[in-house]
Ligand binder design. Structure first.
Ligand code: TXA
Ligand code: MG
Length: 325
């Protein structure tokens, strides 16, 4: 198992030596390595068992550093960055040659973000290189939102996890880029699309749950928990799966028929932010309850509900959606 702690100096020295460290961010935990060291980047792909055609996000501590790794920062991108960074936003921009091709999977664009977490910002400020970091989960599994989650799945493969507590946002960053000058959201995440629309006007939102993914990170099953998850009206699903060991992933209210230990209520007050914080930990919890099936309901399709619904749809077993969904 990894050592877990808050020793930023230790994390920095391991990273300088080309080793990997689990890092906290406000979204989810990352599996970090020196983005300028191809051997460290290769190690990230290997530990995560991730195909090398799926590119990595580069993490920096401020906008000045961000400018160091992108070939250009168009006006609109600079303005959004000033409004929302540090924060759960990733910008897709033309890369500088100094970013290894392995990081971007050969793409001329690099994904960059400034994570809003004090430990990781301090760590980044001590390093003279940026950190490549995908979510610290094995490829295809739910992203981790605590150091313990990282340790359980990758602990035997990395020397150290920087413990920054539970992630405040709980969903991965929103990925924003430009196609022929039009702002385009490639992944819904911790910054709601509505927030970006307020800043930028109308934008294109790429369908995330594509069966023909543009980026492999868009694969539909990317967040699949091991127990099959079905989405629909909870009461109808309960009738359909009667007799099975059922878990419930509900938005506001549980069901008296189900053992409370097998239910996760994302937010009793219907708060999207709280629901997002609890989503992945809730899915992990239910996955550990030895269930036959997890019944889940979608949230209203607005604000962070859109990003949460995207993760739920991708976690759902293919073809297992209720017929009316
Ligand atoms: O919140 C987050 O973004 C977290 C934390 C750790 O920062 N990171 C994260 O990384 O979610 P990952 O690797 O699990 O997801 C990154 C997504 C992938 O879907 C990848 O395909 C896309 O970003 N991506 C990265 N670089 C890209 C590029 N150059 N062009 C297109 N897509 C890119
Ligand atoms: Mg991921």
């Amino acid at each position: 198992m990894s050592e877990i702690g808050t020793d930023i100096e230790l994390a920095a020295s391991l990273l300088r030596r080309g080793e990997l460290v689990g890092i906290p961010t406000e979204t989810v935990y990352g599996l970090a390595g020196n983005a300028l060291n191809p051997a460290a980047v290769a190690q990230i792909f290997s530990v995560k068992q991730r195909p090398t055609f799926d590119p990595l996000i580069v993490h920096v501590s401020n906008i000045g550093q961000l400018k160091q790794w992108v070939a250009e920062l168009p006006k609109q991108a600079a303005w959004v960055a000033e409004q929302l960074m540090p924060g759960p936003l990733t910008l897709l921009l033309p890369k500088k040659a100094s970013i290894p091709d392995l990081v971007t999977a050969g793409s001329p664009l690099v994904a960059v973000r400034i994570p809003a977490h004090p430990l990781t910002l301090e760590l980044l400020s001590k390093l003279d290189f940026p950190l490549a970091a995908p979510s610290a989960n094995p490829f295809g599994y739910i992203s981790p939102t605590t150091a313990a989650h990282v340790n359980r799945q990758l602990g035997s493969l990395i020397p150290y996890i920087l413990d920054g507590g539970s992630c405040q946002i709980g969903l991965e960053s929103t990925i924003l880029g430009w196609e022929e000058g039009i702002p385009t959201v490639y992944r819904k995440g911790g910054i709601a699309v509505e927030v970006l629309e307020d800043l930028l006007g109308p934008l294109v939102v790429k369908p995330h749950s594509s069966s023909q993914p543009q980026a492999p990170g868009m694969l539909q099953s990317h967040y699949a928990p091991r127990a099959p998850l079905v989405i629909g009206d909870l009461r109808s699903l309960l009738a359909a799966y009667r007799g099975k060991r059922i878990g419930l992933l509900a938005f506001r209210r549980g069901m008296p028929e189900i053992d409370p230990a097998q239910q996760v209520i994302l937010s009793a007050t219907g708060d999207y932010k709280e629901a997002a914080q609890h989503l992945f930990a809730g899915m992990r919890y239910l996955d550990e309850q030895n269930l036959d099936i997890i019944l889940a309901e979608l949230l209203p399709e607005e604000n962070l509900g859109r990003a949460i619904n995207d993760r739920l749809r991708r976690a759902a077993a293919p073809g297992a959606h209720a017929p009316d969904q």
